[in-house]
Design a binder for this molecule. Structure first.
Ligand SMILES: [Zn+2]
Length: 341
């Protein structure tokens, strides 16, 4: 039996002579190898998630659980980045695989996210920003959210902002974080901590992943560890030497501290303006086997391993239909048409 007969009979069509061009195109699309990489940052239980000032940054753990169950039912294999690259090169007809990666890595990666993947028996990739366990990253974004979440009002500069209701908290976080975003964010946050009588070290430690946690995870067969710079710098904005130091330094730090191979790298922010051809070359020069971006779309056979597309999971999109738009490649096509990647 020829492949055409096989495809025809599976569609209830008698023979290849009756296959028109549209059907052939649809069949060929359905049989093509498809690889979809997902990324997210943090996760929280449903009741906590609903009250977070910046909830789109977090996945609802119940939704993650449902999505992993759905993928299994639909026969998508959940794989490591290593395996995704191998499958992309094989381009086997009908192959369907996804990878999930967590960027930055916070305490909830260890306490809440890895256990979900372990329960499902599928792997997860962690792209670690080494400044988080090293305590050198200020985590202003997280600190600001924590203070807004727990206080009824906050002082920002000469202003006092009411943060009693969840809507007021969301609005305050949105306004203050966008006003601070940029090279002076850490200074704004330090001043904010002083005027609100906040201990930034205690807040940071309550959210950061630690080296002890990573020590536990390095022995987990389902955890693949990759690098995500030392300070979460926007690589395209750095000089050659600073960019190489961030890229190579984070890989070295992880290899030395954890004693595991660290073969893959992910660019912070990861959009077209955050990393370009010069930066892809730096990652190759630093000895990594791949670099992941946040350009939407599917992995293609022709995908260069140093420009891997990844689909960012927005915590507010708790809908399998939206996940299907990523899995089918539609969200990637839309992003390209609209020039928003
Ligand atoms: Zn990141």
């Amino acid at each position: 039996m020829t492949p055409d007969h096989y495809f025809g009979s599976s569609l209830g069509i008698e023979g290849p002579t009756e296959l028109n061009a549209t059907t052939m195109a649809r069949v060929s699309w359905r049989r093509r190898s498809r690889g979809c990489l997902f990324t997210f940052h943090r996760a929280a239980a449903s009741d906590v998630w609903a009250n977070l000032p910046n909830r789109k940054f977090y996945l609802d753990l119940d939704f993650l659980d449902r999505f992993l169950t759905y993928l299994k039912q639909k026969q998508w294999a959940v794989v490591t980045i290593d395996e995704a690259i191998r499958r992309a090169s094989l381009n086997k007809a009908g192959d369907r695989y996804v990878n999930f990666s967590v960027d930055d890595c916070y305490r909830d990666t260890f306490e809440a996210v890895v256990p979900v993947f372990r329960r499902h028996g599928v792997p997860l990739t962690l792209y670690v920003t080494t400044g988080i366990p090293d305590g050198t990253a200020a985590l202003w974004y997280t600190g600001l959210e924590d203070v807004i979440a727990t206080r009824e009002r906050v002082k920002v500069g000469s202003q006092t902002i009411e943060t009693q209701s969840i809507l007021a908290k969301r609005k305050a976080f949105r306004q203050v974080s966008s006003a601070w975003d940029g090279p002076c964010a850490d200074e704004h946050y330090a001043a904010f901590c002083r005027s609100n009588d906040v201990d930034p070290k205690a807040i940071r430690e309550s959210h950061a992943i630690s080296w002890d946690m990573l020590d536990t995870l390095r022995n987990d067969d389902l955890v693949e560890i990759g690098a995500h710079t030392m300070s979460h710098a926007r690589i395209s904005s750095l000089t050659r030497s600073a960019a190489l130091a961030e890229i190579a330094g984070s890989g070295e730090r992880l290899r030395r501290r954890l004693g595991v191979p660290v073969r893959h790298f992910a660019f912070p922010y990861g959009r077209r303006s955050d990393c370009g051809p010069r930066d892809f070359d730096f990652v190759r020069e630093a000895g990594f086997a791949s670099a992941a971006t946040t350009r939407k779309g599917l992995i293609q056979t022709s995908s260069a391993p140093f420009v891997l597309p990844r689909n960012t999971l927005n915590g507010s999109h708790q809908n399998i239909a939206i996940m299907e738009a990523h899995l089918s490649g539609l969200s990637g096509l839309a992003a390209k048409w609209l020039h928003i990647d």
